[in-house]
Design a protein around this ligand. Sequence first.
Ligand SMILES: [Zn+2]
Length: 317
Amino acid sequence: MGNCLIKNLEDLQSGFRELKVTGEEEKEDPSDFVLWKPKKEGEPYWESPWCDGRPGWHIECSVMSKKYLGDQIDIHAGGEDLIFPHHENEIAQSEAANGKEFAKYWMHNAFLNIDNRKMSKSLGNFFTVRDISEKYDLQVLRFFMLSAHYRSPLNFSADLMESSKNGLDRILTAVDKLKSLEASAKTEGLLETEDKNQVNALVEKYEAAMDDDFNTADAISAIFELVKVSNSTTDEESSLEYVTLLKNTIEKLCDILGIITEKEEVILAEEIEAMIAARQQARKDKDFALADEIRGKLLDQGIVLEDTREGVKWKRV
Ligand SMILES: [Zn+2]
């Protein structure tokens, strides 16, 4: 902690020197930060009692937060790189202005690494969410991000995405099975206390994990245990009450995490491109019936094709 403080002060001293060079030498102390920046040629500015200029970037957050959320907020989130100086400065400003504790909880998430290396444009290991959406249903990405605690760094790799896809599939398949059992269940019997207790114990495990600073990784493992119980203890003989309890419980716990248990067929960009290529081939072969059939199939999935001079373009409608 001591070292850290000294380092920060040294950084500030050098930052302070740089500021002096840029003409903002009115700071009395290196740990002062700028609330209002004097205007610069060619930049937008506003009139103020201090000078023409614009808000410093820390104060933007305090002001917007006060306007839209009030003097005090429950949870303030952000990347761990913003803890200092940005969030500390937000606290200083807002608490000085409002005389109240600014945020009750701070949630700082760690970085996303790619194949155990920091994601950066210069390394070329840079993906956008849109890139990922071409290969995966974005629900897989959400599930993957929940598989680690938000405060620990998350490593992205093709293998890990595949295993997230399989894990999510296992849950969705179990819910699907429970739904069809629910539709066909004949036996009405009282719920066995033992069965009920087993489900409740796993719900408690899930809740304890979420109460522990949103430990989603452990919460997901409680869902997996429920899936295991479901797969190994339900069949056509199961009572409606038991099947419904399992189904509702898994769905509820997934819903809290934003995981949709409805199995919907999402057509991926890769598949669309492959179908477009097949349609182009069919047209080349003068098999227009097949070409139309492919276009129709895509339309059923909400994909509209547009033949342009630069080739075939598609969009989701
Ligand atoms: Zn901020």
